[in-house]
Design a protein around this ligand. Sequence first.
Ligand code: SAJ
Length: 406
Amino acid sequence: MINVIGLGYIGLPTALMMASHGVEIVGTDYNKNLVKTLQGGHTTFKEDGLDELFQNALKAGIKFTTEYQNTDTYIVSVPTPYDKFSKKVDACYVVAAIKEIMKVCPKGATVVIESTVSPGTIDKFVRPVIEENGFVIGEDFHLVHAPERIIPGNMVYELLHNNRTIGADSKEIGEKIKRYYASFCQGEIVVTDIRSAEMTKVVENTFRAVNIAFANELSRICRHDNMDVYEIIRICNMHPRVNILQPGPGVGGHCISVDPWFLVGDYPQLAKVIDESMKTNDSQPTFVLNRIYEIMKENGITDNRRVGLYGLTYKENVDDYRESPSLQMIEAQERHLARPLKSYDPFLEQDIVVNQIHDFNEFLDGVDMVVIMVKHDHIKRNWDKLKGKVILDCHNICPLEGVYHI
Ligand code: SAJ
């Protein structure tokens, strides 16, 4: 039996996937309401294919509880935030989970950490705690790092098909854990050491952050001299060895906007490109805000209550709004103006900001200018309704005439 600790965006789909493929799973989370919801037969967030997977896992006998289980294998999938000042990873939740596991686990248990951590975190923060508790690592307690790699919006597919990395102290333990993941994963599973596994995960997300920052910087250069950044990137990407990502209103979510900071925090003198890239991405919402003011002026819009942000989530077709560019922009704008912009998001039923409108038609009625912050499929079905509005399209998706870009 495997006890999956942390039933959030990664832990839940992983637990469901393993259970659906014949592994006995108990999922544990300290959040009583979340566990209650799962026990009541409901998932806690929206994701393609998740509900079906959930039903399969229930049929296969998955259990949910707030209690840690006595078993020989654990998968830890708890948040790893970063400290905004030091830029370093905060491993407190991982360490807390390990401490709880040690209270109940038998000798020889294996603990797989899926949460993203910066290179050296397991050596610095996890091993000492285990040793202080009288366990000998490699004999009566085994550590594995198997960083998740799935992308929100396509999690179920990617869980099945992505290649994976497993870092372990010994080949034997690495291979044992590989067999569990191989129960469902059709990709290649590489076994390496723990520090390499830690580093590869952070590097993958850093590569994407730097690439997006490059695209964002290009958009500023092109704006400065009135060139079409999308056309330029499209043509450059026709070169067989060029693959530039797309500029946007900023980088949100809990991965690409966070993980690269770990390297800046740990190697401030060495991680120069990464540092600058993160600053570029972080300043993109303010860049877009200035663009909004510019376009308002050009169109004689003087009342910012007549401007509406379409999309509050951190990216398209998900209901996750952590670190979202829209929220960053609203925060920046509130510092200057007393009247926050209107906003609307088809994926969010609950209120997360002031002036959030919950009906699309009512949102449109109240504004002269629409800023497309998120490229939800919903907007692509509604171009007709945007006719006659001033539009700032931060993703170059709107087919209407006279649309502004970043
Ligand atoms: N974005 C752009 N331009 C682009 C692509 C994305 O501005 O061309 C923005 C998005 O709008 C969003 C942010 O970047 O605000 C991040 O979105 P994303 O779709 O690039 O990535 P995440 O954060 O949802 O998921 C990433 C993935 N990592 C990589 O692709 C290397 C995923 O595979 C990881 O599992 C995940 O981080 C994670 O949990 O670490």
